[in-house]
Design a protein around this ligand. Sequence first.
Ligand SMILES: *Cc1c(COP(=O)(O)O)cnc(C)c1O
Length: 380
Amino acid sequence: MVDLKGQYAKIKDQVDQSVLDVIASSAFINGPEVHAFQKELEEYLDVKHVIPCANGTDALQIAMMGLGLKPGDEVITADFTFAATVEVIALLQLTPVLVDVEKDSFNIDPEAIRKAITPKTKAIVPVHLFGQCANMDAIQEIAKAHNLYVIEDNAQAIGASYTFADGSVKKAGGIGHVASTSFFPSKNLGCYGDGGAIFTNDDDLAHTIRGIVNHGMYKRYHHDVVGVNSRLDSIQATILRAKLPNLDAYNAARQMTAYKYTEAFKGSDKIITPKTTQLCGKPEKGGCNCHVYHQYTLRVVNVDRDALVQHLNDNGIPCGVYYPIPLHLQKAYKDDRYNEADFPVTNQLVKEVISLPMHTELEDDQIAFITKTVLDFVNG
Ligand SMILES: *Cc1c(COP(=O)(O)O)cnc(C)c1O
């Protein structure tokens, strides 16, 4: 699914040297590399504050802690996403309220959000799934109207941008009150271990969060709030510093691969290729970043999806099903309040989706082999 070795080979000299330099410096925790990365990412994202932490799941949890959400507060998020999002809501004893998604974008459905709002609702967590922003025009409007926090789960869309109806453009993660991201190795900006970060433009919230990630300390050995220990280490930070200047090029390579996949599948009536919800032409370097293709996810109709997975695997092609089970049907997150009739899209998508190999190093002959193998199967 990903080719981390191939990507590493292209930046090996720089990465190796900077890792050796960190080791020589012995500044492993909170060292200058972490601060430098923080500043560089703030500049790249055009957000006031980046607070690095240990992983993307922590980042979500800490964002919610920073907002002061309390047990019983309801937090609305998508039924069709990675479990981390709902996991931290539940861990903090907030009440997760899962809602359905849109068929075309796979992202949280604003109408479903509207219907789920109660007097207890405190926050919405849009997940920018597979590399494309949720409908932030509608979500920001709903949040304003109901006085709700917007926490963007930006683990899959770093580097993506969103163009609002009024023409203004913001980077994913710089739109809501606070956002989280992950530097897990396979993400669009991945380190060589675990890492994550929280972003916000709110000075007070940034201050609160900086204490929370460090045991609730704002002054050494004075613990004002219950915090956690969640840090990005200097070795990961120096690797991320080497990769950040390449992020736009990495995303452009993903977009080019997506474009080639989509072209190859154009004639098939059994394959629905991923839709960009915003205008996006042929990706050019520095062009439209409305979708950064963390995953390239097809829907197949009148095709046995699981047999297609098997066929691809038999031909040595890795593929993934993200996600095979709706969160509202997971044992850990089942709730009597949910009604199957409220999740028609998620219940359909889990049967139809398949994600093809997507990374920065895919060659044309590989793309041709993958698309031919998929088409041979669906055309039977
Ligand atoms: C990867 C991911 C996370 C969690 O990130 P980790 O760094 O693995 O903890 C959270 N949300 C989404 C949508 C993700 O894809």
